[in-house]
Design a protein around this ligand. Structure first.
Ligand code: PFF
Length: 452
């Protein structure tokens, strides 16, 4: 029974918690960074296609698997197909939870640092100074490692409170505040003198830049942003009451997440392009940390806005880190009988150890900052392995599982509880054929590109 393991208190609470998992650094830090590196509007277009055609059906499928089984991802595959090897797909998700959290917590640590810097007035409107400041900050080993530790400690603390008290209560207050602040920042950014150049970069696609790698990055980003492909939504679905209409809940989460990502672009690019020497392709992980302080400098009371923004961003990140850690935690509780406290502490400790090389990889250690033979830093490598490959592969396996092993009529039986599912035929077609074929092709051609 889901109730015995903990459950969400209300539909609104569930939507907020799932949206809290989805909305995070992936939207506000990751999306604009990928748009910048991936060539602007064309990337945005491909991203949106991935969200609608591939990710939305997978979100629904993950929730259905979770609620039907009432289990963690490994337990869920086993419960639905006992005696098969499908549990391995769940195990990939459990590992992805730790893998993603290990670098995610480092970046979330940066956002905590920036709350302090925004408050102390250390961030100025000067372009060269803000970017030098960022480089120096992320290259400071004790600070970076210390802040990562703080993020993991807050995450672990929240998770020990369980589903309703911990996860749901925290998200309910934070998400609406974040949305309001973002709308205000969009209005300020698009009305800056010179904002037009950024808007055109963001909205006019250049089709000559099309490549499979771009599809792969967009797909990985869409999975990451929507918390898909690693069983986070299976886990959250397992805490959802049978009376809820899951399709509608899933649509809300997809909508909110996509809007926040798009809004982040409407803030960063108009603001970025008003700065001298701004090059979106070469800015990398520092993009928002360098551009936003300069935007705040143009706003009356900008120091306060800056503090509020980084507080919100940290909160958005924490509602995502708790879902990342909840997946392996639920696994140890459900499948291995651990108690919640022990599971959380052991996993947070393990994640911290894995996070240290990422924290050192932004300048503090020459070795981790430029891995020999790899040509990139450890944090970027982790992001590529988990986001661009592990999540799409996880999504691919889930689509095959739901579409052809569990089968859509069984899934629909679950989805129709709590209200008849709208557009069930469209969903069945997408999950059975479009999702596996599209993800399979993208992964295949990306590997081919990498190897040639
Ligand atoms: N969706 C989160 C973000 O966009 O920041 C990151 C994330 C959370 C990915 C949970 C995967 C996950 F299971």
């Amino acid at each position: 029974m889901a109730g015995a393991r903990g459950a969400f208190g209300s539909r609104f609470g569930f939507i907020l918690a799932a949206a809290g998992s989805a909305v995070g650094l992936g939207n506000i830090w990751g999306f604009p960074t990928k748009v910048g590196q991936g060539g602007g509007a064309l990337f945005v277009l491909i991203y949106l296609i991935c969200v609608v055609m591939i990710c939305a059906p997978i979100m629904i499928a993950e929730l259905a698997v979770g609620r039907r089984s009432g289990k963690d991802p490994v337990g869920a595959f086993t419960a639905i197909k006992p005696g098969s090897s499908w549990w391995l797909a769940g195990a990939l998700g459990v590992m992805a939870g730790v893998g993603i959290l290990s670098f995610y917590s480092v970046i979330a640590g940066w956002t905590i640092g920036y709350i302090y810097f925004a408050a102390s007035g250390a961030l100025t409107g000067d372009s060269a100074a803000t970017s030098a400041f960022f480089g120096e900050f992320v290259g400071n080993a004790p600070l970076s490692i210390g802040l990562t530790f703080v993020v993991l400690a807050i995450t672990a603390g929240t998770l020990m409170g369980g589903v309703k008290q911990g996860i749901e209560r925290m998200t309910k207050t934070l998400m609406p505040m974040l949305l309001v602040l973002m709308v205000l920042l969009v209005v300020r950014a698009v009305t800056l003198p010179g904002a037009g150049a950024g808007l055109s970069y963001y909205l006019n696609p250049d089709f000559s830049k099309l490549s499979f790698r771009m599809f792969n990055t967009a797909l990985g980003q869409a999975f990451f942003s929507l918390s898909l492909g690693m069983g986070a939504m299976i886990t959250y679905g397992s805490y959802l009451a049978k009376s809820e209409n899951m399709t509608r809940a899933a649509m809300w989460v997809v909508l909110v997440d996509t809007l926040v990502a798009l809004m982040a672009g409407f803030i960063i690019f108009p603001a970025g392009f008003t700065l001298a020497g701004f090059d979106p392709t070469s800015t990398g992980p520092g993009l928002i940390f360098v551009v936003l302080p300069q935007l705040f400098a143009t706003i009356p009371g900008g120091q306060l806005v800056g503090v509020a923004f980084f507080v919100m961003l940290t909160m958005a990140a924490i509602t995502s880190t708790i879902s990342l850690l909840e997946v392996p935690t639920a696994h140890l509780i459900d499948s291995h009988g651990w108690n919640r406290r022990k599971a959380v502490l052991v996993l947070a400790g393990l994640t911290f150890l894995l996070a240290v090389p990422s924290a050192l990889s932004q300048g503090a250690s020459p070795f981790w900052s430029n891995l020999p033979g790899v040509g990139m830093d450890f944090l970027s490598l982790m992001a590529i392995v988990w986001n661009d490959f592990a999540l799409p592969i996880g999504g691919f396996l889930l689509a095959i599982f739901v579409g052809h092993v569990w089968r859509v009529d069984q899934a629909l039986d679950e989805l129709n509880q709590g209200g008849t599912m709208p557009a069930a035929g469209v969903w069945s077609f997408l999950i059975q054929w479009v999702c596996p074929a599209a993800i399979g092709l993208i992964i295949f051609f990306t590997f081919k590109d990498l190897l040639s």
